[in-house]
Design a protein around this ligand. Structure first.
Ligand code: AMP
Length: 434
């Protein structure tokens, strides 16, 4: 890619100035790939996760096109709608946009639930070009007449897989019905399960597809081990593993939300401070679980793949795969939670014979075969090898709580069928407004 500057990609002077101030020297791969087609007016399907620079990849060309249009939004009538699954993500996007737009007169607002609506209503009434929102509050305010989505030219669905995982599909469809047909639509997702693909098929018109692999995980630095354990024995084995001295802070991955709940509950019963985090939990509950994990109050987080995304916490000594993920790439994302910031880490996998095929796919992807993990199988089966390690003392949890203090730091679809959409010619060159 010989386009090494934002300027060469078509981003104008006022945005480039802000980018220089913020310290962006050159576009990331997703930015280099996404900005030209977006400035050209194309729809976009982006397979990328947080950390790739995807926010700027969609925000910069949209801001540039707004500047070129020089049309001010009417009160309560935004021109850009960015939908995000959580208020944290919505806030992050708003903050990034505020930084990029600092030398322009583009106005923005962020609306989400769980807080008073009044300031949000007032911001909308003053008029904003760019609106970042979570689906529920958006629909509430639209329903109460505080918001008119008739003039939305640009729609972004960010983290679409997580939006769907959190049960927002009906809200999204309701929102889509409020939007004009003639708009440019973008959908970003870290994974592309069938549901996301069909949503993309509904809302995108002949999209440009961009796929960016996440930050390279230094799989080499992670000590990977696996043990064959029948599903029925996994809980008992997990508990013993967690009691090993070297485990100071662990994320346990399950494939389903129910699985995460079940495992966490049993851990707590066994005296291990654990919390589950998944898409069925309320925003507040998830936040609380994360805070407790970061502070060391709980030292085991039981998570599903999608809920764990974007969680960036230092000092995770172990990632334990209670079940293997369906997609080999998710395994790489999971184990990348340990060995952050150059540290080495450990990943253990408990594999039921039924999961062996998945393990082989993972080995093909990572080109690493995990070593053997010695585990203590529960008694009661003559065919099993003798236990190699005794059970942990019962006073252990209390001691651990003291030993593990703090340390963690967070850095951390309308269209039924395809639309034939009239396209507006979009101007590519920058015009510094304001
Ligand atoms: P995102 O994937 O959008 O969450 O971005 C991840 C991080 O990368 C954010 O902290 C951005 O501020 C930062 N970032 C995005 N684009 C660039 C760039 N071109 N140069 C340096 N940092 C960037």
């Amino acid at each position: 890619m010989n386009r090494q500057t934002f300027d060469a990609l078509g981003i104008g002077a006022s945005l480039c100035r802000a980018l220089t101030e913020i310290g962006y020297k050159q576009p990331t791969p997703i930015q280099a790939q996404a900005i030209p087609p977006l400035l050209n007016g194309d729809d976009l399907l982006g397979l990328a996760q947080t950390g790739t620079g995807k926010t700027a990849a969609f925000a910069l060309p949209i801001l540039e096109m707004l500047l070129a249009d020089r049309v001010k939004a009417e009160p309560r009538t935004p021109r850009v709608l960015i939908l995000a699954p959580t208020r944290e993500l919505a806030g992050q996007i708003r903050d990034e946009i505020a930084g990029y737009a600092r030398h322009t007169n583009i106005r923005h607002a962020c609306i989400f639930g769980g807080v008073g609506a009044r300031p949000q209503i007032q911001a909308l009434a003053r008029g904003v070009e760019v609106l970042v929102a979570t689906p529920g509050r958006l629909l509430d305010l639209a329903g109460e007449g505080h918001l008119n989505l008739n003039e939305v030219d640009y729609l972004v669905l960010d983290e679409a897989d997580r939006l769907l995982d959190m049960g927002f599909i009906r809200d999204i469809r309701r929102i889509l019905r409020l939007l004009p047909e003639d708009r440019q639509s973008l959908l970003f997702s870290a994974t592309m399960p069938r549901e996301v693909q069909s949503l993309a098929d509904e809302i995108l018109f002949e999209p440009v597809r961009i796929e960016v692999t996440p930050k390279k995980v230094t799989v080499e630095k992670i000590e990977q081990r696996m043990a064959m354990v029948d599903n029925a024995d996994k809980q008992a084995v997990l508990q013993k593993l967690l009691f090993r001295k070297e485990v100071s802070r662990a994320i346990v991955f399950t494939r389903t939300k129910h699985g995460a709940n079940r495992v966490a509950k049993k851990l707590v019963k066994a005296g291990i401070e654990a919390e589950a985090i998944h898409g069925n939990k309320s925003q507040n509950a998830r936040q609380r679980a994360l805070e407790a994990f970061k502070s060391g109050e709980v030292w085991v987080l039981v998570a599903t793949d999608i809920a764990a995304r974007g969680i960036d916490i230092d000092g995770i000594s172990h990632v334990i795969n209670f079940e293997l993920p369906h997609e080999p790439e998710s395994y790489v994302h999971r184990i990348g939670r340990t060995a952050r910031a150059g540290a080495s880490g450990v990943a253990w996998s408990l594999i039921d014979p039924e999961e062996m095929k998945r393990m082989r796919a993972i080995e093909r992807l990572t080109r690493v075969s995990p070593g053997k993990l010695d585990v203590d199988l529960p008694p009661g089966d003559e065919n099993r090898p003798p236990a190699q390690q005794s059970a942990a003392p019962s006073a252990e949890p209390e001691k651990r709580r003291e030993a593990r203090s703090g340390g963690g730091q967070d850095r951390a679809g309308n269209g039924e069928g395809r639309r034939r959409r009239r396209r507006r010619p979009r101007r590519r060159k920058a015009q510094a407004a304001a």
